[in-house]
Design a protein around this ligand. Structure first.
Ligand SMILES: Nc1ncnc2c1ncn2[C@@H]1O[C@H](COP(=O)(O)OP(=O)(O)OP(=O)(O)O)[C@@H](O)[C@H]1O
Ligand SMILES: [Mg+2]
Length: 315
């Protein structure tokens, strides 16, 4: 996993010209690929730090009752992009299908989240490194026992996940959760722990129904715990401008809803599926794509980079 990003991309990230960045950055810190200079995640991090930007600490949960809505796709691709920006990222796969784990080509996983819940394994020994600045807490079908184990456990819902993740929380800027398409104990506890809940939703009837039920479950958590108020965003995905209905769902929903909508619509793009089939993130695919463009904006938005380096927000 090479993980470097080009000088041109970093210059776009911080809003200066490539020539300007070329002048202020050390040549020794870059890696030459063909004719262009590239930076490692730790170099990008120090370029951002030098300009006054530090990553916030956030727990981001990709959650939607509707299956196939892009939870895994957006979770692992944005985790990858954030780590390229130099953030320290842990991706937590809580879905027994293990799709996010498979996207990193990990086989023969012997420990997963259920072992942390039962105490059979510590969280530290369950986490695997998959590249610079990027770790994963993998999943296997054994996580199918998670609900049974949680049923048999006495827990305080507000502190359960923070106790489990407490030992490693400070090692990361972002802990990104990929949830299964369920509303159950596991998704309930994870939502309580999250700071930001992203609800990927496709512009179609069934997906919108699933999104509304997910929103209701978040509302009921907010009612139960009045001091909890996670930022909640709808993230429209699989948008196809050729389908008139797609646009209709997005605009109609925005008229009636008081929920935040992520200011990027993830377009329908076969790059997602192809990259996944090759066990890659879309950023490892060489050619330009809508997939890369859209997830790049999502990652900048989640990290606050977009606001910080916008002409208005720039320090
Ligand atoms: N914007 C997109 N454009 C085209 N294909 C997409 C897009 N987003 C996701 N996909 C594809 O749709 C399929 C389902 O996506 P994904 O697995 O991310 O959904 P999910 O919400 O995690 O599903 P599940 O509920 O089963 O966990 C995958 O094959 C993925 O590559
Ligand atoms: Mg999934």
């Amino acid at each position: 996993m090479s993980k470097t990003i080009s000088l041109r991309e970093v210059s776009g990230l911080i809003g200066i010209t490539p020539q300007g960045l070329g002048k202020i950055s050390n040549k020794e810190d870059s890696i030459l690929k063909g004719n262009s200079r590239h930076f490692s995640p730790s170099t990008v991090r120090s370029i951002l730090n030098d300009r006054g930007f530090t990553f916030p600490k956030k727990k981001v949960v990709f959650h939607c009752l509707k299956g196939g809505a892009s939870k895994t796709t957006l979770a692992y691709n944005s985790a990858y992009r954030l780590s390229q920006f130099g953030a320290k990222v842990l991706l937590v796969d809580l879905d027994k299908q293990g799709n996010a784990t498979q996207a990193f080509n990990l086989d023969n996983i012997d420990k997963c989240f259920v072992d942390v819940v039962t105490g059979a394994s510590s969280i530290e020994e369950t986490i695997l490194n998959v590249g610079p600045h990027l770790d994963i807490l993998p999943s296997t079908f054994r996580n199918a026992r998670l609900e049974i184990e949680l049923n048999n456990t006495n827990y305080n819902p507000k502190s359960f996940y923070s106790k489990l993740f407490g030992p490693i929380e400070n090692d990361y800027d972002f802990i990104i959760f990929d949830l299964p398409p369920d509303l159950n104990r596991n998704t309930y506890l994870c939502t309580i722990y999250g700071d930001v809940i992203c609800i990927p939703t496709n512009p179609d009837e069934f997906a919108v129904m699933g999104m509304k039920m997910t929103l209701e479950s978040i509302d009921s958590i907010k009612e139960e715990f009045e001091d909890l108020n996670p930022e909640t965003y709808i993230v429209w995905s699989k948008y196809d401008a050729r389908e008139t209905n797609s646009f209709h769902y997005i605009t109609e929903f925005e008229k009636i809803s008081n929920v935040n909508v992520m200011p990027v619509v993830i377009r329908s793009d076969s790059t997602f599926k192809n990259a996944q089939a090759n066990k890659q993130s879309v950023f490892e695919v060489k050619k330009k794509s809508n997939a890369k463009e859209d997830v790049d904006i999502l990652a900048r938005e989640l990290s606050g980079l977009r606001e910080f380096f916008s002409p208005v927000g720039r320090a």
